[in-house]
Ligand binder design. Structure first.
Ligand code: ZN
Length: 401
């Protein structure tokens, strides 16, 4: 391999191991021959790297089951999803979820508990930890936990149904450490940011480096990816697009301001326009179903929200100029039901340079996007340095064919 001044052989090997592991993590089982072509490394290098990853218990290498051709078949390298995993947690507006996600992005186990109205993110750590401990009981002794991440929404509902914006929560890390004193620890991130990451890595925006992901549930927020990197802002609090004021004469918002975008496109707005009482996800789903069935009031509510949705997106694309806007959470359903109306705004509001190349798309991943995204964060360390992330355990069970 060519030597690059200032970069040691060890560093190059680490980067190459990471590249091979990342490739099969994102693309699934891949033959050595295909890895050689796609990663631009020579055949013997790929062979040595794959052998190291196999010996560490991170991948398996097996002869392909199909395609018999003359000569020795190229071994297929697969991530060991069953053995190598991350703990992915989410603190959502109305529920708490914990998943074990295997290398390769496969959900191996998933548990859920309700988040009662008024429960703070810090108070949610204990019930989440119970879910994790419950899952861990079913884990094989040779399994390898490589990291953890938690996705947190800052919008919650009080017991009386009022929407509240939680203040920045610096003590979440301390609470997580207290519950999980051993092991690789947790990183925390904003829920919309993490769902954006999932769509960017494995979803509808795979390969798109400039995108706005809009997430709707009780509140509205965005994960904005610019040049392939998440826009973070001070302490990670960027993307609060739900509090962009779009209607100065509008309704008061949970943040203390008036006429925020959230008051026009949030779940509460949809229910209000449909003439329903404030409610939960089930109530929102009911309105969307009624609209699809042709109920005029529900249809009108969806159209009104879709128009405001297009209005806000029109402003955002002028600022960010993304290649794609992806609609997730409840906004996925609003967009799907009212895409024509959203597009009508987008056809006229933004500058031509901001709209001509723009794709508007519903999220491809389901409600598990946030767990898949959290796992991606948790796998980061392993993928950067595969042989140095706690692989000391019962590794290398020699599964090679
Ligand atoms: Zn607001």
């Amino acid at each position: 391999m060519p030597s690059i001044p200032g970069v040691s052989q060890e560093e190059i090997r680490r980067q190459n191991l990471g590249a091979v592991l990342r490739y099969v993590h994102l693309n699934g089982p891949t033959s050595r021959a295909a890895l050689t072509r796609r990663l631009g490394l020579n055949r013997s290098t790929i062979g040595a790297l794959a052998a190291d990853l196999t010996a560490s218990g991170l991948v398996t290498e097996e002869a392909p089951t199909t395609a018999r051709r003359a000569g020795r078949p190229s071994l297929v390298v697969s991530p060991r999803s069953d053995r190598v995993y991350a703990n992915a947690l989410s603190i959502e507006a109305e529920r708490l979820r914990a998943a074990r996600v295997g290398l390769g992005g496969r959900i191996l186990d998933l548990r859920e508990a309700p988040r009662p109205g008024g429960m703070s993110a810090v108070d949610a750590v204990r019930p989440l930890a119970d879910l994790v401990r419950d899952m861990e009981r079913a884990v094989a002794p040779d399994a390898l936990l490589v990291g953890g991440a938690v996705a947190v929404t800052d919008t919650t509902r009080d017991p009386d149904g009022r929407i509240r914006i939680a203040s920045a929560n610096e003590s979440l890390g301390t609470a997580l450490e207290a519950e999980f004193p051993a092991g690789p620890g947790f990183v925390a991130g904003d829920l919309a940011d993490i769902a954006a990451l999932a769509e960017h890595v494995r979803g509808v925006a795979a390969g798109v480096d400039d995108l706005i992901y809009l997430h709707g549930d009780v509140g509205i927020s965005a994960g904005i990816i610019v040049a392939g990197r998440l826009l973070m802002g001070h302490h990670g609090h960027s993307g609060k697009v739900g509090h962009m004021v779009v209607n100065p004469n509008g309704l008061p918002c949970g943040c203390g301001s008036r006429g925020c975008w959230e008051t026009e496109i949030g779940e509460a707005a949809l229910l209000r326009h449909a003439g329903r009482d404030p409610g939960d996800r089930a109530a929102v789903a009911e309105v969307l179903r009624a609209a699809a069935d042709g109920d005029p009031r529900a249809r009108e509510a969806v159209e009104r929200v879709a128009d405001w949705l297009g209005f806000g997106v029109g402003n955002l694309v002028n600022v960010v100029n993304p290649d794609a806007v992806v609609f997730g959470g409840s906004l996925r359903d609003i967009f799907t039901a009212g895409a024509d109306i959203v597009r009508r705004r987008l056809d006229t509001m933004p500058l031509p340079v901001s709209r001509e190349h723009l794709r508007l798309q519903p999220a491809a991943l389901d409600e598990n996007a946030v767990l898949i995204g959290a796992a991606e964060l948790a796998f980061d360390k392993l993928l950067a340095d595969p042989l140095n992330v706690g692989v000391a355990g019962p590794a290398g069970s020699a599964d090679s064919a």
